[in-house]
Design a protein around this ligand. Structure first.
Ligand code: 6CS
Length: 339
């Protein structure tokens, strides 16, 4: 009797251990780093992604906002090394690693129309197919690319033409095509990580930079520049990816949960940004009424638009057939998603 009892307990205990063991093995804590704060666009996207994963699985997602693990380049290294499972890095930085990702810096390639952009990122073959392969070559599973808004230049002196950028040390993200782009605009491009931008403007090491409107407000960049200029030359693109070995090792169910969470966060962030740029611009003007805001007219834009052809040619030089194929596909995708 005793031995039967013991066997029974043993069986129950073993079952309990096995069950908890299975749960422990399955329920993981995934680390996800991004380049902005929790309340900025990448942070809002990340929080939605986390919420979806935690709602639809036993896993948890631990978020690491900008600065907690270093600069953009640092979090990418950590993701490639498998220390992080997820990383949000923008092509502005990834372009140094994946040259074709610099295509997002060919001026005037992307439209300013937010609805068109929203359809484009979602449906583009270049993004959802071609870039997936290119990111995979770097050990990354590309899960989503999404927009963060039209970029504006902020400077210490007014800009109404390329000539006004002459002698202006203009901070750009660290990719060679963006350097070429601002050279073609007539400025002296200065690639820097984000952490050096506010101080660089404050100490006049640089005299200009570009970013989407919400970021100009949230990072208080308006405190150290006096003029905002919209030339319509680009939209800020960003991307969520996973470490590829980690992703490949997930069950089919978990892969689906991750993809679904990225898709839900995409729809959410597109909706979230409706009206955001205008709203944040008003906040800048409330905080600093003397800030000037200029939307360049067609004549004033001309030199920027002319520079675009030169930058596009540089992109093809830098990336060869592979870059040309991406560029052509992207143009076709933009055309196909027009309305
Ligand atoms: O300009 C930058 O470096 C930063 N801009 C944005 C909108 N997000 C993160 C990035 O580091």
């Amino acid at each position: 009797m005793k031995s039967v009892f013991r066997t029974f307990l043993g069986g129950a205990a073993a079952t309990a251990i096995l069950v908890s063991g299975i749960v422990a093995a399955e329920a993981a804590n995934w680390k996800y780093a991004f380049e902005e704060s929790l309340t900025e666009v990448q942070g809002v996207y990340a929080q939605k992604f986390k919420e979806e994963i935690e709602k639809n699985s036993d896993h948890t997602v631990q978020l690491f906002p900008y600065g907690t693990l270093g600069e953009s380049a640092d979090i990418m290294e950590q993701a490639q090394a498998g220390i992080l499972q997820f990383v949000n890095q923008s092509p502005g930085f990834t372009g140094a690693l994946i040259p074709e990702a610099q295509v997002f810096f060919v001026p005037y390639l992307l439209p300013t129309d937010q609805d068109h952009l929203a359809r484009f990122y979602k449906e583009s073959k270049a993004i959802n197919d071609d870039f997936v392969g290119l990111y995979a070559n770097q050990g990354l599973e590309l899960l989503s690319m999404y927009p963060e808004g039209e970029v504006a230049m902020t400077t210490k002196k007014p800009v109404t033409s390329c000539a006004d950028l002459n002698e202006v040390k203009f901070r750009v993200m660290t990719n060679p095509l963006l350097v070429e782009s601002y050279k073609a605009f007539g400025a002296t491009p200065t690639p820097l990580p984000w952490g050096e931008v506010y101080g660089g403007l404050q100490t006049n090491i640089i005299q200009g930079q570009e970013n989407p409107t919400f970021f100009l407000y949230s990072t208080k960049i308006y405190e150290v520049t006096d003029h905002i200029t919209y030339a319509g030359h680009n939209n800020f693109t960003t991307a969520l990816m996973a470490n590829k070995d980690f992703f490949d090792g997930l069950s089919d169910a978990d892969k689906k949960t991750v993809r679904d969470a990225a898709a839900t966060a995409y729809d959410f962030i597109v909706e979230y940004q409706k009206g955001l740029a205008d709203q944040e611009l008003n906040k800048i003007l409330e905080a600093k009424p003397e800030m000037t805001v200029t939307i360049l007219n067609d004549d004033q834009r001309r030199c920027f638009q002319e520079a675009a052809a030169e930058v596009e040619a540089k992109f093809v030089d830098m990336t060869g057939d592979s870059g040309k194929a991406i560029l052509d596909q992207l143009k076709a995708d933009l055309e196909a998603t027009k309305n």
